[in-house]
Design a protein around this ligand. Structure first.
Ligand code: HEM
Length: 482
């Protein structure tokens, strides 16, 4: 289980990074900085993270960008990120996009400030929901949902049609978390368009990202319409979630065989006897629905893209599935972890495109980052995972190349710690990591076994950003294997 110490927080309104960095002037920033506006020349509002990647390459392992009077420090050099992983001096910082999600997710696990009592309470109550035993219980449901995907792809294959990969992976991962966590069926595969719940979730994520691209005092004016749409999205999510909870309570609770919702409603903290309040349950359900599907959907989509573009890798992965699973129609829980090469494909996809591309860390006391950059307590920096995973000093001059061999046991052992961080770090790292990995490896195994994945030769990878990353417009032609 993750370490569970609580941490100090920033004072309210302390949003810009510069205050806590006494030697900020030593950290490079892009040229052509404009007064008041900052580093906006050539900056893209739609792809801020990929923009930062561009600056990272030019400016080095730690750099800063300024926008509308706020200064942000980005860190990606492997040594510095390893230092930021030291939980005795640094903790999660709830800022930027994560803080912008507070109106929808409040003090739910992902958006809670470190000091909020509901973080520890919910963490302790929900962590057993991700134990090995709990995961083994979710496995049959994951298989059932995956069957709905393959039925859908079988029809496309029979008709010679292509499939919308991110769209279908989103349906799959939403249904998986909804079934396993909450005993709920959104009927996503019966809808030709995304479920309204998905539209609302994507809306809130995009809005949270957009809020970073305008000066805070002007956002009510500049984003008035978007703000109204966001309020409607939040209301829609609350309605859907309240209905899910109502149905469970009406059934007397406990109807979910100890799933996450049962835990939220029924389980008292083992030491304090405290329970989650009704309002907090609502926040947690929304948190798990969003956090539990969006990033896994992107991870599966990127992996399928790379598999379709690397027939040699796909053939090797498929051979592994055939060997390990044999003729078993429904692979068992234990048979998923045995797909070592498929897991490497997934890890390598998450290296190149960590679907949660950054996370923020704050100093919990006055300290010096990497022995070079003084930080006062409360100062924070954004860890640019997307660039950490491409640091040539760690991954070599061919860091941009897709190569699952990087995750062979020997290669992993030879690398320093903290250089692969798709699930964040420390006490606030991803609680759903094993869930996501199990689900994704299972689904990749099932798809590889059943189909040849033919790419559209004209497709060039474009990546959309809405806090998370997703390949845009990716379509594949699944062909049933003989
Ligand atoms: C490939 C899939 C996933 C990726 C890449 C991912 C990534 C992350 C990252 C980077 C964080 C830390 C964020 C920060 O430090 O601000 C995080 C936290 C979290 N994730 Fe995931 N995640 C994935 C899947 C999941 C799933 C499947 C669930 C739930 C079933 C989940 C639930 C959460 C929650 C609740 C937190 C907050 C934990 C806390 O602060 O205590 N995630 N995730």
């Amino acid at each position: 289980m993750a370490e569970t110490t609580t941490r100090a927080v920033l004072p309210k309104g302390f949003r810009s990074a510069e205050h806590g960095w006494p030697e900020l002037h030593r950290i490079p920033h892009p040229p052509y900085r404009l007064p008041l506006l900052g580093d906006v020349l050539g900056a893209s509002r739609r792809t801020p993270v990929q923009d930062s990647l561009k600056y990272a390459r030019r400016l080095g392992p730690v750099f800063r960008r300024s926008a509308f009077g706020k200064e942000f420090v980005f860190t990606w050099g492997a040594g510095l990120v390893a230092d930021l992983a030291d939980e005795s001096r640094f903790a999660k910082h709830v800022g930027l996009g994560v803080a912008n999600l507070r109106p929808v997710a409040g003090d739910g696990l992902f958006t809670a400030y470190n000091h909020e009592p509901n973080w520890q309470l919910a963490h302790d109550v929900l962590a057993p929901g991700f134990s090995r035993e709990a995961m083994a219980g979710y496995h049959p449901m994951m298989l059932t949902v995956a069957e709905r995907l393959t039925e859908h792809w079988d029809r496309a294959a029979a008709g010679g049609r292509s499939v919308d990969v991110p769209g279908d992976m989103t349906k799959l991962t939403l249904e998986t978390i909804a079934h396993t966590g909450f005993g709920h069926d959104f009927g996503s595969f019966e809808w030709s368009r995304p479920h309204p719940c998905v539209t609302a979730m994507v809306g809130t994520l995009s809005h949270a990202q957009r809020l970073n691209s305008v000066p805070a005092p002007l956002s009510p004016l500049l984003l008035r319409r978007a703000g109204r749409r966001n309020a409607a999205d939040i209301a829609c999510l609350n309605r859907i979630v309240d209905e899910v909870v109502r149905v469970r309570r009406a059934g007397g609770g406990g109807g979910g065989d100890g799933d996450l919702l049962d835990r939220m409603l029924e389980t008292a903290h083992p030491e304090t006897g405290e329970r989650l309040s009704a309002e907090n349950v609502r926040r947690q359900v929304i948190t798990f629905l969003v956090a539990g599907h969006e990033t896994t959907s992107g991870a599966l989509s990127f992996a399928l893209h790379y598999l379709s573009r690397h027939p040699d890798v796909a053939a090797r992965a498929r051979a592994e599935v055939d060997r390990v699973w044999g003729d078993t129609v429904a692979p068992g829980y234990e048979q998923v972890a045995k797909l070592r090469y498929v897991r490497r494909v997934l890890d390598e996809s998450l290296r190149l495109w960590p679907t949660a591309p950054a996370f923020a860390r704050e100093a919990t006391r006055d300290t010096v980052l990497g022995g070079e950059h003084p930080m006062r307590r409360g100062a924070w920096t954004l860890v640019l995972t997307l660039m950490l995973h491409r640091d040539p000093e760690v991954w070599g001059v061919d860091a941009e190349r897709f190569d699952p061999a990087r995750f062979e046991a020997g290669a992993v052992r030879a690398r320093p710690a903290h250089v692969f961080k798709p699930f964040g770090t420390g006490a606030r790292a991803c609680i759903g990591r094993q869930f996501a990995l199990h689900e994704a490896v299972l689904v990749l195994g099932l798809l590889l076994r059943r189909y040849e994945l033919r790419p559209d030769p004209a497709y060039r990878l474009r990546v959309t950003e809405r806090l998370t990353l997703m390949p845009e417009g990716l379509r594949l032609h699944p062909e049933r294997r003989g």
